[in-house]
Design a protein around this ligand. Structure first.
Ligand code: CTP
Ligand code: CA
Length: 226
């Protein structure tokens, strides 16, 4: 019923969201990863679904329940995340919140690495594919490509450069703390800047769910006027 379900301005559109960290195996029991909780991406997938978009959420390992109505695809590595993202294309809207590992161990041991021969001398790393850049440069580019950036300094300048380099429409940027992950990773609130072709907009600190619904409202407005 209209009054309860509310308007669904994105009905008929397809959206994809990447979320969470990736885990890059060293051996069957160990991996390289990061502190991403997936909260912001899951909240955005929920908000897109609520607005009527058919939403695929491509998620690295997190301990969150999938939002109702989303099509959840769970992955481990950056290469799996890229493959799942390409499978979800074409899409009208793509939001890349995942904290993709930039590198992976070049060699993955088939069995658990044992202590017997002492510490490994070094772990050689290989560069992972850039999922956002691959999608924004591909033939089936979504109408709206949105990246995220967590920076420790010069947030707006860094994010503006990143937007140009990755050819995305918007970058949602936030400042993160020093060596020990502070209030952003895993937290319920965040303070972001939106960088687009017109410049940048600073949003006040708010709940990640609130950021998600405002972001989706901005997506609706932009697609309506496109
Ligand atoms: N991203 C991606 N695939 C990667 C790395 C990043 O899709 N292999 C996406 C992230 O999901 C995010 C955006 O690109 O939306 C920016 O990620 P970020 O790590 O800030 O940028 P990088 O280009 O990896 O630069 P750096 O880590 O050196 O700042
Ligand atoms: Ca990175």
């Amino acid at each position: 019923e209209a009054l309860i379900s509310g308007p669904q301005p994105l009905k008929g559109m397809k959206a994809l969201v990447t979320a969470g960290p990736t885990h890059e195996p060293l051996d069957p029991v160990r991996f390289l990863g990061n502190r991403s909780s997936g909260k912001q991406g899951y909240a955005i997938a929920a908000a897109l679904t609520k607005a009527g978009a058919e939403t695929t959420l491509i998620s690295g390992p997190v301990s969150l329940d999938p939002p109702a109505g989303v099509n959840l695809v769970k992955v481990e590595t950056a290469r799996d995340m890229l493959a799942a993202t390409e499978t979800a294309l074409p899409a009208d809207i793509a939001v890349f919140t995942a904290a993709v590992a930039d590198w992976r161990p070049e060699d993955v041991a088939d069995s658990k690495i044992k202590k017997t021969s002492g510490a490994p001398a070094a772990i050689r790393l290989a560069t992972n594919p850039d999922i956002l850049a691959t999608v924004s440069h591909a033939g089936r580019r979504p109408r709206l490509v949105i990246g995220f950036a967590a920076e420790t300094n010069d947030v707006v300048a860094q994010a503006t450069q990143k937007r140009a380099k990755k050819d995305c429409d918007w970058i949602v940027a936030n400042e993160v703390g020093g060596a020990v992950a502070d209030g952003v990773f895993g937290a319920d609130r965040n303070q972001v800047h939106i960088i687009d072709a017109a410049g940048h907009e600073e949003w006040p600190e708010m709940d990640k769910n609130e950021i998600a619904s405002r972001l989706v409202a901005r997506i609706v407005k932009t697609l309506e006027h496109a």
